[in-house]
Ligand binder design. Structure first.
Ligand code: 1GP
Length: 245
């Protein structure tokens, strides 16, 4: 089964939780252990990504460790087109829709495409929309940030993702954001598109995860929380709130 089908099957039963692990932040064995704990908490898949320091080597080692320790799909959430490995299960082939720099919109993707094809990696096309505050990814990706109250703008971007034939649209407030994407924005976008909606950035509490789920997120991504918190009961509470279980 493809990773896309795995995600769709699970989404038909409710919102998914995805844990984001940065391969530059810990040794691969530790990432494997974290993935195993997250699997036990109910997490559905692992995104591997980071803004800096991702190499083919740490990506490969981390993907292998995650798969071995947890059995969860290891999906590359690329920060650039440079680190790619055949050890990942799938790759989010994404365009930063509101970047002002063509490099992030499609040039890096064009450069990487022949190599990805050669490796035979599953690609999941995704439109990535960065909302205020945007944090590091907004800055590095030179995003013309969608303002927190610009619901029409967010809807327009997500609708374009659907019309481009992308499989997923991702509303991103930025890793470590003080406030996640507003629930009103999630709900308006969800009502306007028929492709699954991914939401992430600044979700660190069961309340925030629940608000994103109730607003209509199909996949909720948390990164910072997992890096910073080793209290399994708190992690479990966030995963449960994200999934509504
Ligand atoms: C980043 O949306 C993700 O792409 C995760 O954000 O680190 O704030 O959970 P956090």
């Amino acid at each position: 089964m493809t990773v896309k089908q795995y995600l769709l099957d699970r989404m038909s039963e409710g919102t998914l939780h995805v844990a984001l692990l940065d391969p530059d932040k810990q040794p691969a064995s530790k990432a494997g252990e974290m993935a195993r704990h997250m699997k036990e908490a109910g997490t559905d898949a692992i995104f591997i990504g980071g803004s800096t320091g991702v190499t083919t080597q740490n990506l490969s080692e981390t993907a292998r460790a995650i798969k071995e320790a947890s059995g969860l799909p290891a999906i590359l959430f690329p920060g650039n087109g440079e680190a790619i490995s055949a050890d990942i299960d799938a790759l989010l082939f994404m365009s930063l829709m509101n970047s002002t720099d063509l490099g992030w919109v499609n040039r890096a993707q064009v450069q990487a495409a022949p190599y990805i094809k050669k490796l035979g990696i599953e690609t999941i096309p995704m439109g990535y929309i960065v909302v205020e505050p945007g944090m590091k990814v907004g800055e590095v990706g030179k995003a013309a940030l969608v303002k927190r109250d610009d619901i029409k703008g967010a809807v327009a971007y997500a609708t374009a993702c659907e019309m481009f034939g992308m499989d997923l649209a991702y509303l991103e407030a930025g890793s470590g954001a003080g406030q996640p994407v507003p629930p009103e924005m999630i709900s308006a976008v969800k009502k306007s598109i028929s492709i699954p909606l991914v939401v992430g950035g600044g979700i660190r509490s069961p309340e925030a995860a629940e608000a994103a789920r109730k607003a209509g997120a199909d996949i909720i991504v948390t990164g910072t929380l997992i890096e910073q918190c080793d209290d399994m009961s708190k992690l479990r509470a966030v995963v449960k709130a994200a999934k509504g279980i």
